[in-house]
Design a protein around this ligand. Structure first.
Ligand code: F6R
Length: 247
């Protein structure tokens, strides 16, 4: 595991964007795994800047998002589909037909989960997966006590996650309680993984993910087993890390 501690959110975003841009320059038909939430917004802004400067071309890229709420229409501004268009896809030359987000409105949700993994597999597998981290250590919507063997599946959101995500809604009652999420196994199959964290409220989760026991109670701890993972965290999120102990 590599850990990069940056002085602030903007630096974290720049470092992460550079890695993703370089991935696409080296392999123009890269398969990217993408995340939503507040943390990657700065990274997406930096990627857009590189695109506008003509440094990188997304026309052959395929992307798969980590997750989507259940029973929220794509057109709803709270959907992750909407988020991705607003924050990235509308601003780069990716072919929108090649951007996949789990369909939380599917009438056959179990089949949707199965097909999602199949599509990732058929595309050749994820080259790089971008992750945020929940305060409870979740990655994607793999909440504490998840099975590490899980592939894309339906999840019940943790009370902590519902509370944390209420800031994006008018009230906490509007936050969906279920979502489709890539499973830990799907994420761990990615060739490379970048995890981003910013702010002191993430410091405990980051500490446990890096130094803690590998356990389903802290889903991000499984990343210690990945051969090519980098945590890019700002000083506040990295507050409790002991950099001498990381190898
Ligand atoms: C988003 C996702 C979540 C978030 C996490 C952190 O697609 O899967 O795991 O990365 O909840 O969210 P923020 O960045 O809003 O703190």
């Amino acid at each position: 595991m590599r850990v990069i501690v940056t002085k602030n959110y903007d630096e974290m975003s720049k470092v992460a964007a550079r890695m993703i841009v370089s991935q696409v320059i080296l392999k123009p038909n890269s398969i990217l795994g993408l995340a939503t939430g507040s943390t990657p917004i700065g990274t997406y802004k930096e990627i857009i800047k590189s695109f506008e400067l003509g440094i990188v071309d997304f026309k052959e890229v395929i992307s798969f998002n980590l997750d989507e709420y259940l029973n929220i229409e794509k057109e709803n501004s709270q959907s992750y589909d909407y988020f991705m268009k607003e924050n990235l896809f509308n601003h780069i030359n990716i072919n929108k037909k090649n951007t996949y987000i789990p369909d939380g409105m599917s009438l056959d949700i179990l089949n949707e989960c199965r097909l999602y993994d199949k599509k990732i597999f058929e595309a050749g597998g994820l080259d790089i997966q971008l992750l945020g981290i929940g305060r409870n250590g979740h990655i994607g919507f793999n909440e504490p006590d998840i099975q590490f063997e899980a592939r894309t599946h339906v999840v019940e959101l943790d009370q902590q996650t519902i509370k944390d995500n209420a800031r994006f809604f008018d009230s906490v009652d509007q936050v969906p309680t279920k979502a489709i999420s890539m499973g830990i196994k799907t994420i761990m199959h990615s060739k490379k993984i970048i995890l981003l964290a910013s702010g002191k409220e993430k410091a405990d989760a980051v500490f446990e993910a890096v130094h803690g026991l590998i356990r389903p109670k802290l889903p991000a701890s499984v990343l210690q087993l990945h051969p090519d993972v980098v945590f890019i965290v700002d000083e506040e999120a990295g507050l409790r890390l002991d950099l001498k102990e990381i190898y």
